[in-house]
Ligand binder design. Structure first.
Ligand SMILES: [Zn+2]
Ligand SMILES: [Zn+2]
Length: 400
């Protein structure tokens, strides 16, 4: 028989919701999550969990050993940062900081993992070690990457790692995940075309970088149309073009800058896009007597769930809400997530937990919008998922 983890977590629910609302009310953005990290560290210590701080400035790692023997080490990760967005909610726990808001639910992610930590500290019925990883700066600045660079997995070695994100439009009591690529890589690129420029009346006396730039912008779509296999999904978009001066339409500029974004779901496609952007830019520039340089910035990698850990995550979710409420083959999402950096280093799985509403009814506010709020009704479900996952990973207390 499976223990009723949800019932056992219920007594913590009010406390965990209070922590969630407190964090929501005091949002802190990338690498400035000082108050949030203080709360996390203070709670973990109070529950008897060893705390280590300072990775990526505000990162917190709580370490808990099980009471049974075991060598395996599992990392459970939550993100703590808020967004630069003006909240438009008017409930009591709305943001007190103008222009900052927990609009992605990281307040809830932090609270759910704290809930699991509290439960597991009180009942360490497992063999092995858990690291509760609370990271800063998921939104855009790659706090996960910085924690890794500063020694996360050397100071706190993990065999496997797991992450979770709420998903508006997916009902309360539902989970969704897939094996393999689940979220896209997100990269920024810049191609700078250089020629001599010159007088607009005498173009033959110089070289004109607007010609290859114009041809290049058209050609970017041949990457998707001609180079990417039809079964792969890739997006290349131009988002910025800059050249010349508004007041000088009679001057051929010497530089044209074209910038854009690229999304893909496999490392091979990511490499392909980078290579083709460079080849197209340089060859078209050469054809017009100009030069071109590509700067390709790899931001977040493809988030790839490992097969074995995904199947454990599916089981843990099914133990929590029943197999009928778990979608084990959700379509890949074009968003990006810096937990992908951790999954590049360790096998693991990242799961979506329903935040309520449905896409059809529109009964929910999406993440990154000013009326969004994390749904407190899923705090216990999320914490129970973590506890069930630990049972599956580190010795099944359900067999007691
Ligand atoms: Zn976000
Ligand atoms: Zn998020």
């Amino acid at each position: 028989m499976t223990r009723n983890i949800i019932a056992e977590l219920k007594p913590f629910e009010t406390d965990i919701a209070a922590i969630r609302r407190d964090i929501h009310k005091h949002p802190e953005t990338a690498f400035e999550e000082v108050r949030t990290a203080d709360i996390v560290a203070e709670k973990l210590s109070a529950w008897g969990i060893e705390v280590s701080r300072g990775l990526a400035k505000t990162g917190v790692v709580g370490t808990l050993k099980g009471k049974r023997p075991g060598q395996k080490v599992v990392g459970l990760r939550a993100d703590m940062d808020a967004l630069n967005l003006q909240e438009k909610n008017d409930f009591a726990h709305r943001s007190v900081h103008d222009g900052k808001m927990h609009a992605c639910g990281h307040d809830g992610h932090t609270a759910m993992l704290l809930g699991a930590a509290r439960y597991l500290a009180a009942r360490p019925d497992f063999g092995g070690t858990l690291h509760f990883i609370f990271q800063p700066a998921e939104e855009g600045l790659g706090g996960a990457r910085v924690m890794i660079e500063e020694g996360l997995f050397t100071k706190h070695p993990c065999d496997t790692v797991y992450g979770m994100h709420n998903m508006p439009g997916l009902g309360v009591g539902k989970f969704a995940i897939r094996t393999g690529a689940m979220l896209a890589s997100s990269d920024s690129w810049t191609v700078t075309f250089k020629g001599t420029g010159g007088h607009g009346a005498m173009p033959s006396r110089g070289t004109d970088p607007t010609m290859p730039a114009a041809a290049f912008i058209q050609a970017t779509q041949t990457i998707v149309g001609r180079n990417v296999p039809s079964y792969e999904a890739v997006v290349v978009s131009v988002g910025h073009i800059a050249a010349g001066a508004w007041g000088s339409p009679n001057v051929i500029p010497s530089d044209v800058v074209v910038r854009g974004t690229a999304r893909s779901f496999s490392p091979a496609m990511r490499d392909l896009v980078e290579r083709r952007l460079g080849e197209l830019g340089r060859s078209l520039a050469e054809a017009h007597g100009c030069s071109a340089e590509l700067h390709y910035e790899r931001r977040y990698p493809v988030l790839v769930n490992a097969a074995e850990q995904t199947s454990l995550a599916v089981k843990a979710a099914a133990m929590t809400v029943g197999a009928d409420n778990v979608n084990p083959n959700v379509i890949p999402l074009a968003g990006a997530e810096d937990f992908a950096f951790m999954l590049e280093k360790k096998p693991g799985a990242y799961i979506m937990i329903g935040n309520g509403g449905t896409e059809e009814s529109g009964g929910c506010h999406n993440v990154h919008t000013p009326l969004y709020d994390f749904n407190d009704d899923i705090l216990t479900l999320g914490a129970a998922y973590w506890v069930n996952l630990v049972q599956l990973e580190l010795g099944d207390a359900a067999a007691d």
